[in-house]
Design a protein around this ligand. Structure first.
Ligand code: MN
Length: 754
């Protein structure tokens, strides 16, 4: 429902809300659950009151979301009153003043626990942390072992959010769609919720690859006529045969989902026309006696193989041995009249409902009213078994998920059993610094799985890590190369600073004495001059060099420094000159800068201007939008009308123009950026071969801790182009990424583009 441009009267809205809730209630009453209508109504009124006056981004009253989630939980997943109540209340604790205790007081312990579980796993879903996905998944699984209903309601919540994703902020759309594809769709599959799984996949795909989605949808529409002609030719004889057997059945062509067609095209590198199994024939027969189902399936199988040639190794008997998630059916593949293989799926009505609805179907085939608690316990036990039991198919599921989620992350344990999620390539030292700065600073080695390892040892998922320390150890600058975590790097830098502090102070003392003796005022231009004389990265660096006797002040420097100081004295404010310049060209902005009350930084354009950016994001410059330089790039500064230094890439055409027109406002710059990541884009071109993309993605995500923000791949004939958006620490990281990518067989070109 889109209310964005439509104004509804409060009465209309009330009716709409009331109707939506009636819909939930009627669906519930039609099910086999015990009738606990009062509790559901109470939860509805409570939630409605709690979310009163709040609207979703689309403009519709917020309460319509929990109602929709309750409807999915009830009618598409088949959950009972406890879950319907929890679904109605699922955002109350998260978004309103009410607490879990309030819920418990009104609705009892069970519902309160479910709402609490849902509140817990919702935290961080929309967060920006790189590890949020993995963290969420872990939380999901942990919560799952407590009460599977939390996961099922979360699934309903996600499905509704995906159905209404169009009204979310665009930057969230991409993130939510990705998360859905990696976490929720596989989980839905695992739980036997096939219809939901397919819908989640298609919806995610639609937002992640809108162009591909539209193109494939279009191709499906265009090929429909030809497809149904072939299908009719193929199914005719089968129908006749089944009619002769006296069966009551339904036969239909089951079209592959847009997403699975795309997946096939991508993995097999084939065009749409070559996806031969675009559809399967599905035969659903009615049968009152469950004991006869298996025999009927094989009778149908036999009738079909009398008509068509059977593919020797594509028969799947999921009747004798159902899939771990409960799926039952008999699949076979035969040669169709046009020479293409066609899959036929044979199921009873009961099997079909289980396949489509999973849990919901289990309810339906219980006789009489059933009790949610005891049913759930049985089902929960099955799921737990699958997760606990190292059976290959179950492990497969977890592995695929891990592959997607943890390619760039590992999980290690402390001796106390605490869990740490770290980027891959993390070392013993990372663990030490992540535990505590003091532990990191004094780390000498580690015991990894009880074996002594150096502090630079790279860890693997599942390692148990004990950090060994010594009071005689102290932090060293070269350790920075051993650290993969941002936290570790920050803490090391701080620790190094602490160690440096006395040395820097000593350096300052030496400098002050020297300047005083030679009667030079220690103002900024003088300091800048010294920084450049010693090729230091910053003022502190320069002082550290002096304090540690790495560098010394010599008498020959006096003349240069005096000159610098004198110039400063005779023209007290270069910046005011620049502002005057601004006034001539643009009185409006000059006026603005006069009124600005923040003190301007002193900029001496004859000297190299050091670009500082610290951990808090405080900087003394601004990145130009036109060329988006990143630390490490050859760059120049342009002093704008506000007196702020805007950094352009040297190659930027605009920078060239500025240089030509406003030479006096240009400063040379040097980077001193110790934290943060910055956007960069890489263009990769090569010859397409089987598996190359997989290798590419694997390489980027596994071997380098690069934060991938976007990936757009286009293949045409033999050639593919790939635009990769990443966030990196500096330009050298992009260069080394390009170098590594170029080593992949088939890649012709990998260059940074702006
Ligand atoms: Mn929600």
């Amino acid at each position: 429902m889109d209310l964005t441009n439509t104004q509804y009267s409060p009465e209309d809205e009330d009716r709409m809300i009331e109707d939506a809730f009636r819909d939930v209630l009627n669906g519930y009453l039609a099910s086999n659950h015990r009738k606990k209508v009062e509790m559901i109504e109470k939860a509805y009124h409570f939630a409605r009151e709690a979310h009163k006056g709040i609207r979703r981004r689309s403009g519709e009253p917020y309460i319509l979301h929990p109602i929709a989630v309750a409807k999915i939980a009830s009618q598409e997943i088949g959950l009972g009153s406890t879950s319907i109540c929890a679904a109605l209340l699922h955002d109350v604790v998260e978004d309103t003043e009410y607490t879990v205790e309030d819920i418990e007081q009104h609705f009892g312990k069970k519902i309160a626990q479910l709402v609490e579980g849902l509140t817990k796993i919702s935290g961080g879903v929309f967060g920006d942390k790189a590890s949020a996905q993995a963290e969420n998944f872990r939380k999901l699984l942990l919560t799952m072992s407590e009460d599977i209903r939390v996961v099922l309601i979360k699934m309903a919540d996600r499905l509704h959010n995906m159905r209404t994703l169009g009204s979310m902020a665009p930057n969230k759309q991409y993130k939510i769609a990705g998360e859905t594809l990696y976490i929720y769709a596989p989980l839905a599959h695992r739980l036997g919720l096939f219809a939901i799984k397919t819908e989640l996949e298609d919806l995610s795909f639609k937002y992640e690859h809108p162009a591909a989605y539209d193109r494939i949808s279009q191709q499906i529409r265009e090929s429909e006529e030809r497809r149904s002609a072939v299908y009719n030719d193929f199914s005719e004889p089968i129908r006749r045969s089944l009619d002769n057997m006296g069966l009551k059945y339904e036969a239909k062509a089951r079209l592959k989902s847009v997403y699975s067609i795309w997946r096939k095209m991508e993995t097999k590198h084939i065009p749409f026309e070559e996806v031969y199994d675009l559809y399967a024939m599905r035969i659903i027969f009615d049968c009152d006696d469950q004991t006869k189902e298996k025999q009927i399936c094989w009778n149908i199988y036999s009738a079909i193989t009398d008509l068509y040639r059977l593919h020797p190794d594509r028969t799947r008997d999921w009747i004798s041995v159902p899939k771990a998630n409960g799926y039952q059916a008999l699949h076979l593949t035969v040669m169709g009249p046009d020479g293409n293989w066609i899959e036929v799926q044979i199921r009873s009505r009961r099997m079909d409902e289980i396949a489509e609805k999973g849990f919901a179907a289990h309810w339906k085939y219980k006789i009489g009213e059933s009790d949610e608690e005891s049913e759930l316990n049985a089902w929960l036990r099955t799921i737990k078994d699958i997760l606990d039991n190292p059976e290959p198919s179950a492990i497969d599921f977890l592995d695929t998920l891990k592959l997607n989620l943890f390619a760039s992350e590992i999980v290690v344990f402390t001796p106390k059993g605490e869990l740490l999620t770290l980027p891959s390539d993390s070392t013993v030292l990372d663990v030490a610094f992540n535990l505590h700065s003091e532990i990191g600073s004094h780390c000498i080695a580690g015991k990894v799985n009880h074996k002594l390892m150096p502090l630079s040892h790279k860890l693997s998922s599942g390692d148990q890590v004990e950090v060994l320390t010594s009071q005689s150890q102290y932090p060293r600058p070269e350790w920075i190369d051993f650290l993969a975590t941002a936290k570790g790097k920050t803490r090391l830098r701080k620790a190094l600073q602490r160690v440096r502090q006395p040395v820097v102070a000593e350096g300052k003392k030496i400098l002050d004495e020297f300047l005083e003796k030679n009667r030079i005022t220690p103002d900024n231009p003088v300091i800048s001059k010294l920084i450049s004389i010693f090729h230091a990265a910053s003022r502190d660096d320069m002082l550290y060099m002096l304090g540690s006797r790495e560098a010394a002040l010599e008498s020959y420097m006096v003349a240069t420094l005096r000159k610098t100081a004198d110039k400063q004295a005779s023209s007290p404010s270069l910046i005011s000159k620049l502002l005057r310049f601004g006034r001539v060209s643009d009185p409006q902005s000059a006026k603005k800068s006069e009124q600005a009350d923040t003190p301007k930084p002193e900029i001496n354009r004859k000297e190299t201007y050091i670009l500082h950016l610290d951990e808090n994001g405080d900087s003394n410059f601004r990145f130009a939008d036109c060329c988006a330089p990143i630390p490490g790039d050859d760059a120049m500064g342009f002093i704008d009308d506000e007196g702020e230094v805007v950094v352009h890439s040297l190659a930027c055409p605009r920078a060239q123009a500025l240089k030509a027109g406003f030479g006096q406002r240009i400063v040379a710059v040097k980077w001193d950026v110790s934290s943060g990541t910055f956007p960069a884009q890489i263009r990769i071109e090569g010859i397409d071969r089987f598996g190359i993309l997989q290798e590419l993605i694997q390489m980027i995500s596994t071997h380098l801790s690069i934060d991938i923000r976007g990936l757009d791949i286009q293949a045409e004939d033999e050639v593919f182009h790939c635009d990769l958006k990443v966030r990196v620490e500096d330009a050298s990281a992009v260069d080394s990424l390009c170098d590594k990518v170029k080593k992949i067989d088939g890649v012709q070109k990998a260059i940074r583009v702006s």
